[in-house]
Write a protein that binds this ligand. Structure first.
Ligand SMILES: [Zn+2]
Ligand SMILES: [Zn+2]
Length: 429
């Protein structure tokens, strides 16, 4: 059969485009089953039914079209847009993930040289950007579930691939969240399993750095997850059989202000241990974090999270105080100053929050007395977040100059308690 031509649509094919617009899944399913529709037919602009469905945010119809063999990488569109680009423009993260799972190429560019992630960023669909830039195909992980070369057994037992892939795909890098993800999969809460998993993560990290189109962001994420898995392993070793003690350590606030110091130090340590000194991203992170005293903003977590997921801290969004999930709706009923995504998370946090809850209640009362001041405080806060974000962006822009200028390993800056380091220096050991 000849390849579909632009605008060469049968009556049934025109009909299916209408059904996509109205979102009528059942009728679309019947029409597709009747074989009167070529699933990759093109309208006058070169758009396939899948592109239409992705752009209009119709997840069920996208799924249906993919089941009928829709080509996720078709790029006959007049400006070279792909279904993934349309999904990103629509702002639907579920459809964006679906396109990626179906094998959408992330590096394809449109007629003005933009990738799907860049297009989504351009229209402010940052959640879709995060989904695209954090995507890691299950197939790449499954490579390790088969013995390679002279290996007698695979590096990763096949039963661990699914759970580990779930952990890799997280777009919430809060260490508590990652430990909770590990706990959700009992096969991972095991010393041998964790050892295999973190070793595979280290190999994936190396691959991201050594491959031709080097991906430092993904390398950092792989390394960071490896560090969290190693931490889980260390706690299992200390008889913390269900990792509760680890979660507590990560959440525990210091006496003076409730700041989770152990967590901050842990994340700084992870960054410092990134094995590729010459990475621009490492230098950026270190420069942002090293001058900050522990307990001040930005936290190591916010800097790392912004660099890896591309998500900026949104002042108005409610993040869970325990696991960092966005859209947390439940508030501590006493102080109303902290939010949680679930009762479980609130319970996990109480042992340390209770020490701060009363003083937060008092602060709350003070603020109510003086409402305008509260508003000012919030503005200041949002300015600070924007400034930090701008600063990080500028660092990104200057990244290439930094590579040229940097002589060695900036990670040393994070090593000591003092911030008086003169500049990047690397010890050879
Ligand atoms: Zn939570
Ligand atoms: Zn409270």
């Amino acid at each position: 059969m000849a390849a579909p031509q632009r605008g060469d649509l049968s009556a049934s094919e025109r009909k299916i485009l209408q059904l996509i617009a109205t979102g009528d899944v059942q009728e679309a399913a019947q029409l597709l089953a009747s074989k009167e529709v070529r699933v990759n037919c093109l309208d006058e602009y070169g758009m396939t039914p899948l592109m239409h469905a992705a752009y209009k945010g119709k997840a069920d119809i996208c799924r249906l079209l993919l089941q009928h063999g829709a080509d996720v990488n078709c790029n006959q569109h007049e400006y070279g847009y792909t279904a993934l680009m349309f999904a990103g423009l629509s702002g639907k993260t579920d459809i964006t993930s679906m396109m990626l799972d179906a094998g959408a190429e992330t590096e394809m560019v449109n007629s003005v040289g933009r990738t799907a992630a860049q297009m989504a960023a351009f229209v402010g669909q940052h959640d879709c950007v995060t989904v695209i830039t954090n995507f890691f195909s299950r197939a790449k992980l499954e490579y390790y579930t088969k013995p390679q070369g002279l290996e007698k057994e695979p590096r990763l037992p096949p039963r661990l691939a699914g759970p580990l892939h779930k952990v890799i795909m997280t777009t919430n890098l809060n260490p508590v969240k990652i430990v909770l993800l590990v706990k959700e999969h009992p096969v991972l809460v095991d010393m041998t399993a964790l050892e295999k998993c973190y070793q595979v993560m280290d190999m994936l990290c190396e691959q991201c750095v050594k491959q031709e189109d080097i991906n430092e962001v993904l390398a950092m994420k792989m390394h960071y997850i490896s560090c969290v898995l190693q931490k889980c392993l260390a706690f299992l070793h200390k008889q913390d059989d269900n990792l509760d003690a680890l979660v507590k350590s990560l959440l525990k606030g210091r006496d003076s202000d409730g700041f989770p110091q152990y967590q901050e130090k842990f994340i700084r340590d992870c960054i410092r241990k990134f094995p590729y000194c010459e990475a621009t991203l490492l230098q950026q992170l270190v420069r942002s974090i090293a001058p900050v005293e522990i307990g001040n903003e930005p936290t190591a977590f916010s800097v790392l999270n912004q660099a890896v997921t591309g998500q900026m801290a949104i002042v108005d969004a409610d993040y869970c105080a325990t696991c960092g999930e966005r859209g947390a709706q439940k508030r501590c009923s006493l102080c109303k100053a902290v939010t949680y995504c679930s009762v479980t998370c609130q319970k996990l946090h109480w042992f340390t929050h209770k020490k701060m809850c009363r003083s937060l209640q008092e602060q709350d009362a003070d603020l109510e007395k003086d409402a305008p001041k509260f508003k000012e405080l919030k503005d200041d806060e949002s300015n600070l977040v924007m400034e930090t974000a701008n600063f990080l962006q500028q660092l990104c822009l200057r990244a290439e100059e930094q590579v040229a200028a940097a002589g060695g390993c900036p990670a040393q800056l994070l090593a000591g308690p003092s911030t008086s380091a003169q500049g990047p220096s690397c010890t050879q050991d």
